[in-house]
Structures are given as C-alpha cells and as structure tokens.
Design a protein around this ligand. Structure first.
Ligand code: SF4
Length: 201
C-alpha cells in the first residue's frame, strides 16, 4: 500500500513527507493573500503579478517580456494588460522605432498598488529572517527547484542551480563559483533570479 504524504500517520518515518506537507501548507499563504488582495484592489491574481513584475523588474517592459517571465502566452498577458490599462494602472507607450511595439510602465497608482501588494512578502521575510541556517535552507530550496524544473514540474527558473556558469563546490567547505561574474558564491549568495542567467542546456 502507498504511503501518502497527505496522511500525517506516515510522517514519523518520512522526513520527506513532512517537508512536502509543510510546503503544501505554506503554499496556502500566498493563495489566501491573493484572495484578500483581490477583494481590496479588484485585481485578478495575474493582474497583481503583472503590476509587481513591472514595479520590481521594470526592464521587463513589454507584453512578450512579461509573458516569458511569468511563463504565460502573450495573449493571456495582453488581455490582463488591457484591463490594467483601462484601470489606469499601466501605460502603453509605442516604441519610437517600431510603432507596433509598446513599452509598459506603471502609473503612480499602479506603482502604489504594486508596493502595497508586496508588503505581505516583506512580512513573511521578517519571520524568515529569524530562522537559523538560512543559507542551508536557501541551498536546499534551490536544489529542490532544480529537480522540479529538470523533471518538468515547474518552468525554467533563472537561478544559479541550473545556470551554465555555476561551478559546484568540490570538497567540504568549498564554495560555488560563478564563471561569468568570476567570483566565489557562498550558499547564501546563490541567486533565485539572476539577470545574467544562461541555461545549461
Ligand atoms: S550568472 Fe547568475 S545565475 Fe549564473 S551562476 Fe552566475 S550568479 Fe548564478
């Protein structure tokens, strides 16, 4: 008979089950926050993702760039951007060299909403900052994300653990090394998102 992760009776002999159970519980965090924010701002979860992306990664200033980052189709993002534009949270400016292209920027109201939406993550960060062994935790999370990406469970992430420039440590106590930045990376320096990332395959 299978041991099911969601059955707490299996946890005693399976630390892996406990970790997955905890991850599932934690995944509720952002879902609940998203529902609450939806009531407050009348924005869909995707519209919220778009305003926060434009606020904190303004170089992703086109429908194509945002769609690629969020792993969605251009049509899906374009629809959401149209609504955000109607609500006057996002402006679309034609590219001076190609009128068919538009650059996306947040209005002041859009930027304010993005910042309000992001306060929740900051609150969670305050609790995370209290944890011991944060570097080990980060490294383990990145290794898990690597396995999930390689096995098709999550889309491509621009993180160190799947980057062609990362050299893994050899021997106890050795550091990772980024060949592009030409510097060692301690576990705490590993990036979850890196603009210089290049896929290993
Ligand atoms: S380029 Fe960025 S993602 Fe790649 S190893 Fe260096 S720091 Fe990590």
């Amino acid at each position: 008979m299978n041991d099911f992760v969601f059955d707490p009776n299996t946890h005693e002999s399976h630390i892996d089950h406990k970790i997955v159970f905890a991850l599932e519980r934690l995944s509720q965090l952002f879902r609940i926050q998203s529902w609450e924010a939806n009531k407050q701002f009348q924005l869909s979860p995707l519209q919220m993702q778009i305003v926060t992306t434009l606020r904190f990664q303004p170089h992703l200033d086109s429908v194509t760039a945002v769609a690629s980052y969020l792993q969605l189709t251009n049509a899906t993002v374009s629809d959401a951007v149209r609504v955000l534009n109607q609500k006057q949270y996002v402006e679309k400016r034609p590219d001076p060299e190609d009128g068919r292209r538009h650059h996306l920027t947040l209005t002041v109201a859009g930027a304010n909403i993005a910042e309000e939406l992001s306060l929740f993550a900051n609150q969670i960060g305050e609790f995370v900052s209290l944890l011991p062994n944060q570097a080990v935790f980060l490294e383990s999370l990145l290794q898990l994300m690597q396995l999930l990406q390689e096995n098709g469970f999550i889309p491509l992430q621009q993180m160190c653990t799947t980057c062609r420039h990362l050299v893994r440590p050899e021997g106890d106590g050795a550091a990772y090394y980024c060949q592009l930045l030409d510097k060692p990376l301690a576990a705490r320096d590993l990036r979850v998102y890196c603009p210089e990332y290049e896929t290993a395959v």
